[in-house]
Design a protein around this ligand. Sequence first.
Ligand code: SF4
Length: 330
Amino acid sequence: MNSPSLYCSFHLDLDDIANKIKHSRARTIGLQFPEGLKRSAFFIAGELEKRTSVNIIISGNPCYGACDVDMELKRSVDVLFHFGHSELVKGLDNVIYIETPARTNIKNVLAKAVAELGSGTIGLVTTVQHVHRIDDIKAFIRSKGISYVVGTGDSRIKYPGQILGCNFSAADIPCDQYLYIGSGTFHPLGIAIATKRKVLCADPMTTSIEWVDPDKILRTRCGVIAKCHRADTYGILISTKIGQNRAALARRMAMLAEKYEKKYIMISLDNITPDALMQFKMNAFVNTACPRIAIDDAGMFSAPVLTPVEFEIALGHKDWNEYVFDEIRE
Ligand code: SF4
């Protein structure tokens, strides 16, 4: 039996997952859900238990993305099923990614977007929730006589046209403006700042469209950097999450700190939260983990949290006009 609330919004084939479990001969499996799917954990686990009689352990840790595989749980089960994201960390044995494509009618929002787009070639970008509709999106755009281009991205990107909050490499394409199909403004803001081109956001969930405006976030980040001009002590943050660990970048930041005669400590964490950093009495932090942390949670930390590029600007090592959103590329 399918859960009506779950199946309204996402496509999830429980029979296929059950077959994968049987095929693996696993006796104990782990299930890891992003926050939005945790409410369905009880139902999904029950259905899989009924179909396979397997023992199930559910990860209760926060899960922010495909970068965030629960390695501790992976070690204690035969197979770990990671829901809601496409594969990012390559070569992990006994981890199966279960994508949960959104069930949406994209035609309405595409019709609105097409009426708003200017002339020229459109770069199409979207998130994993909608990337399975990319052929429908292309067909619709083509039917309106609009030329488009879709990028393939680097090795962290599984599907053409797909972008992550930490990777806009599929937007490295020759186009005049972008059409982003998805929710939220973080991804399109990153593209707008990186490419200096206009990005129209079309949200299939709400059917709203809006041109992204990077000015406000750029002013905010400029203010955060300005607060650090006199900072003498820095905490350089390194993530222990398998897909967020950028130890080499952290070391480069440490060398820069030395060059500019700043004191620093390297801090290794799993979840970087305001509480976790509160007791480190540093003037500022440099985040080499998920690039979204410095931006999304700005203002919640006890001291400014800079991205690596922002740190370089604060030190005077780079100029403000070199500002880009931080990305984790291959
Ligand atoms: Fe998402 Fe951040 Fe992980 Fe990238 S690093 S996949 S933006 S959670």
